[in-house]
Ligand binder design. Structure first.
Ligand code: G1P
Length: 304
């Protein structure tokens, strides 16, 4: 049983990265603000945290990221303008962005890595457990991935994060775990290594950007020295955490789109459009018109 109160769970969303894989689109616009259909990527991530019942959400931003704060703030002039024209659905869409919880912002002033970004949240997370949601991943499924992790956390009272099997050729892009399987997709973590070369990887189970941590992690993160690429790696602090407590990982149910690169962004956009009753017929017509060999079936993006 957990000794922590999950109702005080806070979420940390690192959103300070440059987005170099999406240049030039991300030259002057935060990568987290790229739209997937009518919402920016980060809204999906904040919505996932809110859907898991998390009320306090801290976004770790950096220079050139002010559009993120504006997005989740009130826009009274725009709202009054739309209301005067009777565009109520636009007003609703606008308001929905301001009702996702209490948002806090802190800046990571230097690009010292994911671990360093998460460490900026320490004054907010204090001695409580916290969730981390990486802004590059959109996860679609019946139950939010963060909710799935919280369910495990409530049972085990220990840190748990999402994993997924990836092709052998891709293991060097992820934190890779070695585990003891416990059934139902849950594993106890034996070891974790950040982006191992393919021939050194102990498995093809890759860390995906959703985590719930006990407060034990933060002091370990504060002591973590720069690792791969000279950056303070979250994975290195997690490896140290294993020496103090049991840590679990979960093969979650849902489809993950890595929207931090062009192919993943395209996949997310098409999949979500195919799952949208309004857009699906139009998408089919477009694919047919451009001679796609395989027209998407309605709801094709709703794979689980
Ligand atoms: C980060 C983490 C890595 C994890 C990945 C998931 O890497 O460092 O352990 O597997 O996110 O997307 P990044 O993608 O930021 O290079």
């Amino acid at each position: 049983m957990t000794a922590f109160h999950t109702k005080h769970m806070r979420a940390v969303i690192p959103a300070a990265g440059f987005g170099t894989r999406l240049l030039p689109a991300t030259k002057s616009m935060p990568k987290e603000m790229l739209p997937v259909l009518a919402k920016p990527v980060i809204q999906y991530v904040v919505e996932e945290a809110a859907a898991a019942g998390i009320e306090d959400i801290l976004i770790v931003t950096g220079r050139n990221k002010r559009a993120i704060e504006d997005h989740f703030d009130e826009a009274p002039e725009l709202e009054a303008f739309l209301a005067a024209k009777g565009q109520t659905s636009s007003v609703d869409a606008l308001r929905s962005t301001t009702r996702l919880g209490r948002l806090f912002y802190v800046r990571q002033s230097q690009p010292k890595g994911l671990g360093h970004a998460v460490l900026q949240a320490a004054p907010i997370t204090g001695d409580q457990p916290f969730a981390v949601l990486l802004g590059d991943d959109i996860i679609v499924g019946a139950k939010p991935a963060t909710q799935q992790l919280l369910d495990v956390f409530r049972r085990k009272g220990r840190s748990v994060f999402c994993v997924q099997r990836v092709p052998e050729a891709d293991v060097s892009k992820y934190g890779i775990v070695e585990t003891e399987p416990l059934g139902d997709g849950l594993h106890r973590v034996v070891d974790i290594v950040e982006k191992p070369p393919r021939h050194e990887a102990k498995s093809n189970l890759a860390t995906i950007g959703r985590y719930v941590f006990t407060p034990t992690l933060m002091p370990l993160l504060a002591d973590t020295k720069p690792g791969l690429n000279g950056e303070i790696q979250l994975t290195d602090a997690m490896r140290e955490l294993l020496r103090h407590e049991d840590v679990y990982c979960l093969e979650f149910e849902g489809v993950r789109h890595d929207v931090g690169n062009l192919e993943g962004w395209l996949e997310a956009t098409l999949s979500l459009a195919a799952a949208d009753a309004t857009l699906a017929p139009r998408l089919q017509a477009i694919l047919k018109a451009i001679g796609s060999p395989q027209v998407l079936a309605p709801g094709a993006g709703r794979r689980e």
